[in-house]
Design a protein around this ligand. Structure first.
Ligand code: GUN
Ligand code: ZN
Length: 430
């Protein structure tokens, strides 16, 4: 049976890239949208849509902001239980908190419970798509995709590959990383709305042989994404230079082994040389900005204005559990704050774009999700713009739509999530 639904509110529809023109001019506002069988088929005023679909059910969210579901372009779902762990920088943080936790995912029951918990949290915060690192154990990948599929999500993930500089219980080999990843691609890539991401953790935890094996795997599956970490902390960069003395720089390690291309996603990418920045923009790889993580682990300030001027493809992400929040609202606020510290005041349209269309473009999913337009999948989040007393007080003083939205970006959390749709449907649980 065909199902039509009209939803009213401030429907945010990007018609342009807000970094290419005056940000406010990048958006067309609509009074309502029309969904048929999980797909957005029209936007416009309520009367017109009612004439177009007289039998449609009507859901009114007048005064609320209707956005594409948030897209978190870099997360570690297995780190959910160690978020907000105190007092360490990256390498120490990995050894002290992350690796012990990731060991627990060899147990399929633990992995399944963690994946369910993770999606409960992210969906409660309005995030409908993530690209996640799993652990080196394949059970963690099974758990992720099973939970995402049960909820009908468009989701991306991969087995984290590492064969050195990690506890033996977490290490694979070049061959097993290739074989296990290939088997997971065969099993999950393209199933329903799922996509597989080839996932070397980062250069220090992979041998040259393993990076070469994963480069070969990617060459055999060029439609997969590839995700890893790049130039997050100064100590890490020095370590990479010791481990790969022939490389020109950190990015060169990945490029040497076939791990650079327009479907590559590089988390953090804070401390780039001029050569790295120009190779990244030439190849069209995406830089994933993880602002709460970059502050929390003490990594540094991602200079978004500079990267935009270079024409980089940029996505936005929580990087949980290195990041300190599951909320893409909090993450937009942190991106705004770090923008202020680096001389770029991001407009609310730009922040919302990064968390939706920008991340979708980074993940090469921009033709399906991340924008409210006819033909797009109806993954939506509806935001109450006066969800707490403090936000409501500020909202009452707003003098235009952007001023009405910005307090929710800066101070909002899961209490702002009024409604959420996955392919037009309210949430299913796993
Ligand atoms: N670099 C390598 N692994 C990780 C990780 O799990 N989190 C972060 N933030 N950086 C990393
Ligand atoms: Zn990460």
């Amino acid at each position: 049976m065909t199902r039509h639904e009209i939803i009213t509110g401030h429907v945010l529809s990007f018609t342009e890239d807000p970094f290419g023109i005056a940000p406010a001019a990048s958006v067309t506002w609509h009074e309502a949208l029309l969904i048929r069988d999980g797909t957005i088929i029209a936007t416009g005023d309520l009367d017109t849509l009612r004439q177009q679909a007289p039998g449609a059910t009507l859901t009114r969210h007048d005064g609320c902001l209707i956005c594409p579901g948030f897209i978190d372009a870099h997360v570690h779902y297995p780190q959910t239980a160690i978020i907000a762990s105190w007092g360490a920088r990256l390498i120490d943080w990995l050894e002290r908190y992350t690796f012990p936790e990731e060991m627990r995912f060899a147990d399929p029951a633990h992995a399944a419970a963690a994946a369910d918990r993770y999606f409960d949290l992210t969906l409660a915060h309005g995030t409908t798509t993530v690209s996640s690192f799993c652990t080196s154990n394949t059970a963690s990948v099974e758990a992720f995709f099973t939970a995402a599929r049960a909820r009908g999500l468009r989701a991306a993930a991969g087995k984290t590959c590492m064969d050195r500089n990690a506890p033996p219980g977490l290490c694979d080999t070049a061959q097993s990383a290739y074989d296990d990843s290939a088997a997971l691609i065969a099993r999950w890539h393209g199933v329903d709305r799922l996509c597989y991401v080839i996932t070397p953790r980062f250069a220090p935890t992979s041998s040259a042989d393993q990076l070469a094996a994963l480069g070969a795997l990617w060459a055999n599956h060029p439609d997969c994404l590839m995700q890893t970490h790049l130039s997050e902390q100064i100590e890490e960069i020095a370590w990479v230079a010791e481990l790969f003395p022939k490389a020109r720089d950190y990015l060169d390690v990945y490029e040497t082994f076939g791990l650079l291309g327009d479907r590559a996603l590089f988390g953090h990418a804070i401390h780039l040389t001029a050569r790295e920045a120009s190779r990244l923009s030439e190849t069209g790889a995406a830089l994933i900005h993880c602002p709460t993580s970059n502050s929390f682990i003490g990594s540094g300030l991602f200079d978004i204005g500079r990267r935009l001027a270079e024409g980089q493809r940029i996505g936005l992400a929580t990087d949980t559990g290195g990041g300190s929040s599951f909320s893409m609202l909090r993450t937009m606020a942190a991106a705004y704050e770090i923008g202020q510290l680096t001389g770029t005041a991001l407009h609310p349209a730009q922040l919302l774009w990064l968390a939706t269309a920008g991340s979708a473009r980074a993940l090469h999913m921009g033709d399906r999700i991340g924008t409210i337009a006819p033909g797009m999948e109806a993954d939506l989040v509806v935001l109450d713009l006066a969800s707490t007393p403090a936000i409501a007080t500020r909202h009452a003083r707003a003098d235009d739509i952007w001023d009405a939205i910005f307090p929710t970006i800066m101070m909002g959390d899961d209490r702002a999530i009024r409604d959420l749709r996955i392919m037009g449907q309210p949430l299913r649980t796993g």
